[in-house]
Design a protein around this ligand. Structure first.
Ligand SMILES: *Cc1c(COP(=O)(O)O)cnc(C)c1O
Length: 470
């Protein structure tokens, strides 16, 4: 290919058409040809080994490639909590790829680091936490927060829980993790929480199940006794993990009472807001995270409800020190005393080289502004609620719980959810997921954007009915 301009100019009409046809539903939502067939159709191996793809070959390649993508902009894309990228975010991703400024150390990307620094501070303010001072003004103290972007919520949970571990067991990097260390989480917690605990050296038995109600939501009135009992048994409590919201059913744990108890007992509260932290930007929806300022750490995925291309997660802490002490090791070639006009995020992440992720979130905000993003989010939450009301009026559909977010579990009576999902994928117009909730498998939909309407949901129900009748 001659240069970026020519390559991009050539494929832009194709991409624009792809987006338009995806939005209109003309391309369906999903198609899953067998991998081998697809790899052969795309001549993947030949391209890897021989190179030589010019602009014209690229254009031809995309004619086979684009139909074999999952169309996140499609009305019937309801499967996973991954957004359709905003235009601004897409430009951010393009810039990131083009300049490749891995800005974990300031000297590798000052402009991107400056954007991340200010973005993190703005996010801290949305939680009611104090932003960090400008790096050269004064040292952060216990009254200012801190944060960093990571590649996804799973890595975000690991990073936040690592900060909690360093807080509870300051010598863990030196001496390892004591056997009496415990984390309290709910069965509704995302699997990455248990996985993070495992990576941090805690066995499954060191994860204590929090008392929950019949919907799987934390019962704060049971928390004090639970914490006291664990301490009486000689356990060291590393963290309580609350959901905002849970992945399967999208329910929020009551953060204010949980936060008050954790503060009183001196226990770290981590809030997994991968999906729901974006609700903080909406004046009404924000109430679902009431009390967030009492937490110690929060993760916030922008690639879920912020229309930001992947991957972009903020790890935020109320007290900067806790994140700055989370990783104790030193790499002398990176972490040495040097003239520092900016800020190195390096010591706050698992990653060494790290993409300029802030660009994607920044340009999404810069294009749309937080209010419009919050209104788009509110649309998806409202539509999931309308779908719940509508399903409730149908004799043959049933939902286990009223939704609080844009996630809805439901069933078609008498149909096997896995068989329904597979049949829908085979047809291609609707992409759903399934989940285990309250010990049972359900169909699950997530409304991700305004291209999905109540009509889409009604058409989905018609297809499910047609599949169910012999
Ligand atoms: C999606 C999700 C995660 C994982 O985030 P990724 O960005 O997919 O790694 C963690 N927790 C919750 C509650 C989630 O919904």
């Amino acid at each position: 290919m001659k240069n970026v301009q020519q390559a991009i100019e050539l494929i832009l009409p194709q991409l624009q058409r792809y987006l338009q046809e995806s939005r209109d539903g003309e391309l369906g939502a999903v198609a899953l040809p067998p991998l081998r067939e697809l790899a052969e159709r795309l001549s993947v191996r030949q391209w890897i080994e021989q190179g030589g793809m010019d602009e014209e070959a690229l254009r031809c390649f995309l004619q086979d490639f684009l139909p074999a993508t999952t169309k996140l902009h499609a009305p019937g894309f309801l499967a996973h909590q991954t957004c359709a990228s905003s235009t601004g975010g897409t430009v951010g991703a393009l810039l990131d790829g083009c300049i490749n400024n891995p800005m974990n150390i300031y000297e590798m990307g000052p402009a991107t680091a400056a954007i991340e620094y200010v973005l993190i501070n703005w996010l801290l303010e949305q939680c009611g936490w104090r932003p960090a001072p400008w790096p050269r003004d004064r040292k952060p103290d216990d009254h200012s927060g801190a944060g960093v972007l990571t590649h996804g919520g799973s890595l975000g949970n690991l990073t936040a829980l690592l900060a909690a571990r360093s807080h509870a067991v300051p010598d863990a990097w030196e001496n390892g993790v004591p056997a009496d260390l415990v984390v309290l989480a709910t069965p509704q917690s995302h699997y990455s929480v248990a996985r993070s605990c495992g990576l941090l050296g805690l066995g499954r038995r060191q994860i204590e199940p929090l008392a929950v109600d019949e919907h799987g939501v934390i019962l704060p009135e049971r928390l004090p006794a639970q914490l006291d009992a664990l301490r009486e048994q000689g356990k060291t409590i590393m963290a309580v993990v609350a959901n905002a919201c849970s992945t399967a059913a999208g329910l929020f744990d009551p953060l204010r009472p949980i936060g008050e108890i954790c503060r009183e007992k001196g226990v770290w509260l981590h809030v997994d807001g991968a999906h729901g932290a974006s609700f903080l930007l909406h004046p009404q929806l924000r109430k679902r995270l009431d009390g967030i300022e009492l937490a110690d750490s929060l993760i916030w995925d922008a690639h879920k409800m912020m229309q930001t291309p992947p991957l972009c997660t903020a790890v935020l802490v109320r007290q900067a020190r806790t994140l700055d002490q989370a990783f104790e090791q030193e790499a002398s070639y990176l972490f040495h005393e040097k003239r520092q006009p900016g800020f190195d995020f390096m010591h706050r992440t698992v990653e060494c080289t790290r993409a300029g992720q802030a660009l994607k979130w920044f340009f999404t905000l810069a294009e749309k502004g937080p209010d419009a993003l919050a209104e788009d989010l509110a649309y998806t939450v409202d539509l999931a609620h309308q779908a719940w009301v509508w399903f409730g009026q149908q004799d043959d559909f049933h939902c286990p719980v009223e939704p609080q977010a844009n996630i809805l579990c439901f069933e078609h009576r008498g149909s096997d959810p896995i068989a329904v999902r597979d049949a829908l994928i085979e047809e291609g117009d609707f992409h759903l997921s399934t989940t285990i909730y309250q010990g049972k498998r359900w169909l699950r939909l997530v409304v991700m954007h305004r291209n999905t309407t109540l009509d889409t949901i009604r058409q989905l129900a018609e297809r499910i009915r047609a599949l169910g009748s012999p």
